[in-house]
Ligand binder design. Structure first.
Ligand code: PGU
Length: 404
């Protein structure tokens, strides 16, 4: 018999979203005629634009010709796409050889964990996207379990709550090797200001830490004053890696395409290059993003594609505005939802899984319980704007009937 990787025993029972799906299915089985509406998982719902599909089709058709067929490509991504990401997203602030195209942000997060290994200590925002903690646990980057705290030694939780305006108290934070930071934030919808990101960069510099900055929702920022990338902050290229994705802006959750920026200036304590090791990880453990998907990415980033992405995002943001207004009208305090597709709603004194169950059973509307994102998420629910207008309005009508 083979010994189980003991790291799996340290994980909480299941990954958050399949657990939500399991509970949703139970309700669906009990109520076969109910139309369940999901304001839960952040999965896109609007169809791809014809312009993007043209890109996917063009490459697919070419694959059926002798001249147009291509097999393995560069593991780092097509040069034209790396260039386009460098120019159209970062305005040239990062160079194409610092951009690595991938099959999505979640996959890159897991490969980054391989890059830094099991000895790295990590800080994560509490609450945050569960993959940062679960991925660290799977790789064994936990240290010992501290019974008293109910937490692992090497995973530091940075509390981000309304009390600190969702920005961690850096002055009282111990040093860690890595700092995961997500802005716009999943699940709180908070967006860090330029001043806040500068503080974070200075903190990382002082401590010789590396920031893993997840900007998967950057396209949702419409406020010009707010930074869309950590590289808008001076000095960030010496301390930060940025992970991002076509999933949310272009509807590529199924097509799968993302990227990670690893600056040439970023080095380990022995002075060696992180970019070189990332190149090694990507060429060894990954074989390049799908060529078809990469063509879709090129189309998404051309002039027409960018206008269409903006329309899609405006649609989702109008949904979040409607949900947020409705919740506020029921006297529920909400956060986020303005420059992010998520609304973070507070139900003081209640357990988030209980509120989740109550809403699901009484209205057939799926949400995401805040406790699934970390201890500081208890008492909150996340509402997602990724839906059709029709479903969003219907969900709001159903919620109105609840006495919160
Ligand atoms: N980063 C953040 C912060 C995310 O919220 C998500 C998706 C991703 C990365 C994944 O990006 P990909 O490029 O598509 O890999 N979060 C969604 C979906 C749930 C999940 O398990 O990824 C959510 O509802 O939180």
């Amino acid at each position: 018999m083979v010994k189980r990787n003991e790291n799996f025993t340290k994980l909480t029972a299941g990954y958050l979203f399949p657990e939500i799906n399991r509970r949703k299915k139970l309700v669906a089985e009990k109520n076969p005629n109910a139309k369940i509406i999901s304001l839960g998982v952040g999965d896109t719902t609007l169809p791809l634009s014809l312009h993007i599909t043209e890109g996917l089709l063009k490459e697919s058709n070419a694959l059926s010709t002798k001249e147009g067929y291509s097999g393995y490509g560069d593991e780092q991504g097509m040069t034209s796409l790396r260039r386009k990401i460098s120019e159209n997203i970062y305005g040239g602030a990062v160079s194409p050889d610092e951009v690595f195209v991938s099959d999505g942000a979640k996959c890159d997060i897991s490969r980054l964990q391989v890059l830094f290994g099991k000895d790295a200590s990590v800080a994560i925002q509490d609450p945050s996207y569960p993959v940062y903690v679960d991925g660290s646990v799977i790789i064994g980057a936990t240290g010992k379990y501290n019974e008293k705290k109910g937490q692992f030694d090497k995973i530091v939780y940075m509390k981000c709550t309304p009390e600190n305006n969702f920005f961690p108290d850096l002055e009282n934070l111990p040093r860690t090797d890595l700092i995961y930071f997500c802005s716009p934030n999943n699940p709180t919808g908070a967006v860090a200001t330029r001043e806040e990101l500068k503080k974070l960069v200075d903190f990382a510099k002082k401590n010789k830490s590396i920031i893993l900055f997840d900007s998967a929702y950057s396209f949702f920022i419409s406020d010009e004053k707010l930074p869309k990338s950590i590289y808008e902050v001076e000095g960030a290229k010496e301390v930060a890696i940025e992970i991002s994705s076509f999933s949310k802006p272009a509807g590529f959750t199924g097509v799968r395409l993302g990227w990670t920026v690893v600056p040439q200036l970023l080095s380990y304590d022995d002075g060696s290059s992180v970019n070189k090791d990332w190149n090694r990880v990507m060429t060894t453990l990954f074989n390049g993003a799908s060529n078809v998907a990469q063509y879709g990415g090129l189309y998404a980033l051309d002039n027409k594609g960018v206008v269409e992405m903006k329309e899609t995002i405006d649609h989702y943001l109008e949904n979040t505005r409607l949900i947020k207004n409705a919740l506020e009208s029921f006297n529920i305090k909400t956060y986020g939802g303005t420059n992010a597709p998520y609304i973070w709603a507070h139900f003081p004194g209640k357990k988030s899984w209980d509120v989740f169950e109550e809403i699901l059973n009484k209205t057939f509307v799926v949400t995401t319980p805040g406790a699934g994102f970390g201890p500081a998420g208890e008492g909150f629910l996340r509402f997602s704007g990724f839906n059709t207008r029709e479903n969003t309005l219907e969900a709001i009508e159903r919620l109105k009937k609840l006495k919160f």
